[in-house]
Design a protein around this ligand. Structure first.
Ligand code: PAF
Length: 281
């Protein structure tokens, strides 16, 4: 597995792949791998000849009071895990390589970034779409792989690719969960034993939402209250948002109709967790 620290190095690697007639898959990550990341890498391996994993904790997508400094980092562990699943190259640039002095160009998707995490984390998606466009331009992959846990991120990136005619396929894969349903996330390591136990309420509330929809409930207000009550009555859980919106335009709904997403963000102390589920009515 090749480890590239500069844009020139990863471009050389991709050039070699192209010269050998290979297709290239990209898995953008911020590292501290878990089974969710590994699933993206394995799937990328199945449909692309060469797989590049980018490992870059993008300062642009963190707010001033967010966890950029504490975000878990362990390059050697990540590299060993990526090698084990057959990744061909890791692109792990330093900040100066991604944002050299004088950098002042940003990519911004409007509309759908004005809700959910876009409201709680101003500037977050502008940081994500800027770095992801840069990664797409640097690697020029045939396919890029993202997880459904970050549903709004996946929709925003799909929108950007469509609106800016970027020549690649965005593949979104189902959320990978722990045995008790908690969505895998690098941030789960921040949770205390008690918070970790209580954090299962995110998944349980989404299951309660799905069950109520299956029983015929269509009132978005009632469904939202059901989830908020479950979460709020859990020790240590503080609701950031619980929303039921249309897919893919993320518009508020009174009655569920067509494809709808129930999305939530919940804080346990300083740790903010997100999860979601999509139903078709
Ligand atoms: O989902 C993430 O880990 C990040 O937001 C991404 C897509 C790698 C961009 O920094």
């Amino acid at each position: 597995m090749r480890v590239c620290r500069t844009i020139a190095e990863i471009r050389n690697f991709v050039r070699e792949c192209r010269a050998a007639g290979q297709t290239v898959g990209l898995v953008p990550t911020m590292g501290y791998f878990h089974e969710g990341h590994l699933t993206l890498m394995r799937e990328a391996k199945k449909s692309c000849d060469a797989v590049v994993v980018s490992l870059y904790i993008n300062p642009l997508q963190f707010g001033p009071k967010e966890d950029f400094a504490e975000y878990p980092r362990d390059f050697d562990r990540d590299a060993a895990m990526a090698r084990e699943v057959g990744v061909d190259a890791i692109f792990a640039p330093p900040d100066e390589e991604m944002y050299p002095e004088g950098f002042c160009t940003y990519v911004e998707v409007t509309g759908i970034t004005g809700r959910l995490c876009g409201l709680s984390r101003p500037g977050h998606f502008r940081g994500v779409t800027t770095v992801v466009s840069k990664l797409f331009n640097i690697v020029r992959p045939d396919r890029a792989f993202f997880g459904q846990k970050d549903a709004q991120q996946a929709m925003v990136i799909q929108r950007m690719v469509q609106d800016l005619n970027m020549d690649l396929e965005v593949v979104v894969l189902p959320t990978v969960r722990e045995e008790d349903g908690l969505a895998m996330s690098s941030r789960n390591v921040y949770l205390s034993v008690e918070q970790r136990r209580n954090a299962t309420v995110l998944y349980r509330s989404l299951c309660a939402f799905r069950e109520a929809v299956e029983r015929g409930e269509r009132d978005a207000g009632k469904l939202r209250r059901l989830m908020v009550e479950m979460i709020s009555s859990t020790p240590g859980a503080e609701v950031d948002y619980v929303e039921i919106l249309s897919v893919p335009f993320l518009e508020p709904l009174e009655k569920l109709r067509g494809r709808c997403i129930a999305a939530l963000a919940v804080r346990f102390g300083k740790t903010r967790l997100i999860d979601n589920t999509i139903v078709e009515v």
